[in-house]
Design a protein around this ligand. Sequence first.
Ligand code: DQQ
Length: 550
Amino acid sequence: KSMLLWQRTAFHFQPEKNWINDPDGPLYYKGWYHLFYQYNPDSAVWGNITWGHAVSRDLVHWLYLPIAMVPDRWYDANGVWTGSATFLPDGRIAMLYTGSTTESVQVQNLAFPADLNDPLLLRWAKSEANPVLIPPPGIGLTDFRDPTTAWYVPSESAWLLAIGSKNDSMYHAGIALVYKTNDFLTYELLPGILHAVQGTGMWECVDFYPVSTEKAEGLDTSEPAGPTVKHVLKASMDDDRNDYYAIGTYEVGMNQWVPDDPEKDVGIGLRYDYGKYYASKTFYDPVKKRRVLWSWIGESDSERTDLKKGWASLLGIPRAILFDQKTGSNLLQWPVDDVDELRMNSSDFTDINLAAGAVVPLDVGRATQLDIVAEFEIAPSALAAAVTEADVGTVGYNCSTSQGAAGRGILGPFGLLVLADEDRSEQTAVYFYIGRRADGSPITHFCHDEIRSSKASDLEKKLYGSIVPVLDGETLSVRILVDHSIVESFAQGGRTCITSRVYPTKAIYGATRLFLFNNATNADVIVKSVQIWHMDSAFMRPFDDHDDDG
Ligand code: DQQ
């Protein structure tokens, strides 16, 4: 048991025990951030799905509250599934969620806080009108779920919201339907579809929101499209269990969203994260004027182990989302700045020469809870030499099909080894690999290698990654959050992100170490700086009556 106990995280949101999956209806109300989530109160595997509930003052420290909604009606008897919150002008909060009925049909239901004077929103009243939406003609009874937050359209004097589905007669297309409503009780399906992408299958947990192309702040969901406002469409692909997004133009009058780059459409292009990351959802935080992304991070150990542990899954560190004004073609995701409050003493290292084949220990003591920011420099001449040289495996390099941290190229892999033990019998590698395109120009890959992350065998250990845009004159940078059994990395300010769940057996507690490594055959990698903070543990405990004093 003690072998497994250390896997619990210290600053990630987890219930006290049992199973958690999708975040639901995140919102800010009267001084509290509210988080609801898919929760099995009885076991560490999926089932009996209710809405767990917790509140926080800062998105870091959490107080557990009683379960907010349970499957106690015919229209949600098989589960109170995923949904989203919308603030109405009269101060009410419309919570729209999917219910799986006694017959396992997916319908949409409405609930309101029973007492708006209660900042904790403890009690929720399901509407007498439920279910308020049933699958429309032509849509499968089990392909209709996860309503978004609604956005208000003044020209229609109505609210619109999206629901994910699929259309198998349209070459297995994933689709987003849009409904119009005034009162959240009756709805009209808009003609056409917001967007469809062939071959992508069922779209779960669709999210649709505006981003500013000129200001570094988040926008309320109802912010209309315009010359400086684009819209992000995101869907969780049930087929491959990844969260894909694309940036595009929303034509509200035509009920249509068009991706900027059709080759990077939803489901075939960019992902929020290239590791373990699913069923995410954003909300607008009016306090800090930011859009915050929550996500379910599953386990990659076995169900048997999860049952032994008595818990499974957690939520990723909430990320603030911005449009990347420099590239103009991707989002930036960054841990909410509240997380910085957990930083304790830091160790700084500068100008470390990483020789070819070098492994350099970074002496920070126990390395189980860390926030790491590292910057690498490569002389332009070295870069130029490397990318012109013939190097098998450089053109068309792909993290997932590569040799990982062990494979040697001219300018990669190099980076950090986290959750490693002293002699590196266990290690999780976070690294860059500079390859080249067919035309000879450099292209930077960002990867995680979990293959040596644990001596245990009943685990999924993967190679993850993708390319990361690096503009002229930029150094390579990465931020890594390490928290016992999770590693979240953000390359180039959050252009490309990767999340890993890893389960070392030796690199635990005081035995956990941190290293820099350069497995490239070219020696010209300079670590310009590495700053490492030990991270304090966040508190997470049941709410008691003194918690709202003052
Ligand atoms: N999880 C919920 C569904 C959703 C899926 C059920 C995504 O509403 O489609 O727990 O993980």
